[in-house]
Ligand binder design. Structure first.
Ligand code: NAD
Length: 344
């Protein structure tokens, strides 16, 4: 078996690669390193380039590149995407290219090479503001509320079309907020950064009531690989992957403060107020509550609940940031710096 993992140098990709390689699989990573771990190619390749891991630095939005890389693989895990959701508000092309064109290219390259199995990273935000909470996969109509959500759903549709037409097996996974010690973006990472900079004051986007499920990345990868092994669905199926229930952002701040050894009661929480749509920023989905009953029915259970997952992530992110000695920057700060660097 040789598996192609697009976006394999990213946060979720790192854990997935470890699993696939330790199971003896041969893996190719296609990643343009646009939002990957800064140390990916140095540390990971040195450790793992033993012939079972091949790394191709390339862009999934370039069809010729993807066609060249897909040859010789039995299956694909498609993680590459624009993951800068607020960035897509300012520049909708990010989601059009990174999510929609990228997914189309991967599917088209598979068609040309006769590859028939794919696992797709979708998102729980595709549901928008559903009327049924918690929301299971049968819910509809689905009304996405951001370019990112729309593009993720478009990716599902594209893959469903290819799967039905060419007799593939595609599983699409709607992930809840995924976190872990190596999180390099998102709210848990950013709260850790802010609290390390100033443990007395925390600026919070929104009103603190936005509520999401948080899942440990190890549990998420378990769920994806478990479904891949046991699901009999064909040609196309969707699975939510999440812990039960939600944590509000205010509760999240308390759990993170506690995990960092701070007294949450002594921290001034400064809320920015809700943006249009009710989230912390325009395009934020204020309530995501996923029913992962279909995946549980296949025999999967997350080992950590949301609070445990947040605690493990916060401690690990702190340790990693402090050990790296790199400047403490939030996701938005890092991405705006990299946009300025690209423009100059
Ligand atoms: N982390 C979460 O909470 C979460 C939740 C729902 C869905 N997802 C989805 O899971 C997948 C992985 O997310 P992640 O958290 O690991 O994000 P990430 O940003 O850490 O990883 C994405 C990887 O894709 C690469 N990439 C981006 N655009 C590319 C392109 N055009 N060509 C090649 N490579 C490209 C990046 O360099 C990065 O290594 C994404 O599709 C994301 O939308 C993540």
């Amino acid at each position: 078996m040789r598996t192609l993992v697009t976006g394999g140098a990213g946060f979720i990709g790192a854990t997935l690669l470890q699993r696939l390689l330790s199971a003896g699989e041969r893996v190719t990573v296609l990643d343009d390193l646009s939002s990957a771990e800064a140390d990916w190619d140095a540390a990971w390749c040195a450790e793992l380039l033993d012939g079972r891991l091949r790394f191709v630095c390339g862009d999934v939005t370039d069809l010729a590149t993807v066609i060249g890389v897909v040859a010789g693989h039995d299956s694909v895990v498609h993680l590459a995407a624009n993951t800068d959701i607020p960035g897509g508000y300012d520049d909708p092309q990010l989601d059009l290219h990174g999510c929609i064109h990228g997914t189309w290219n991967v599917a088209e390259a598979m068609r040309r090479h006769g590859v028939r199995r794919l696992l797709y990273a979708s998102s729980g935000v595709v549901y928008g503001a559903p009327l049924r909470i918690p929301t299971d996969e049968s819910y509809g109509p689905i009304v996405p509320e951001s370019h990112y959500a729309a593009a993720k759903l478009a990716g599902e549709s594209i893959l469903s079309g290819f799967a039905h037409l060419y007799g593939w097996r595609v599983l699409a996974f709607r992930f809840g907020n995924t976190i872990g010690p190596r999180s390099n973006h998102g709210v848990v990472h950013d709260f850790v950064v802010k609290l390390l900079r100033d443990g007395t004051r925390l600026e919070i986007m929104g009103d603190g009531r936005q509520a999401k499920p948080y899942i440990d990345v190890e549990d998420l990868v378990d769920g994806v690989l478990h479904a891949d092994r046991v699901a009999t669905d064909s040609p196309f199926a969707v699975y939510n992957v999440a812990t039960p229930g939600t944590l509000t952002v205010s509760r999240l701040a308390d759990v993170i403060a506690d995990a960092l050894g701070l007294d949450a009661a002594g921290i001034e929480m400064v809320f920015s107020g809700t943006a249009r749509g009710g989230g912390g920023w325009v395009g934020d989905t204020p309530l995501v509550d996923l029913d992962a009953g279909a995946l549980r029915a296949l025999g999967w259970e997350p080992r950590l609940n949301a609070t445990q997952a947040v605690r493990r992530a916060a401690g690990g992110i702190r340790d990693r940031l402090l050990a790296s000695g790199t400047p403490l920057r939030t996701t938005a700060e890092r991405r705006s710096e990299s946009r300025v660097a690209t423009a100059t």
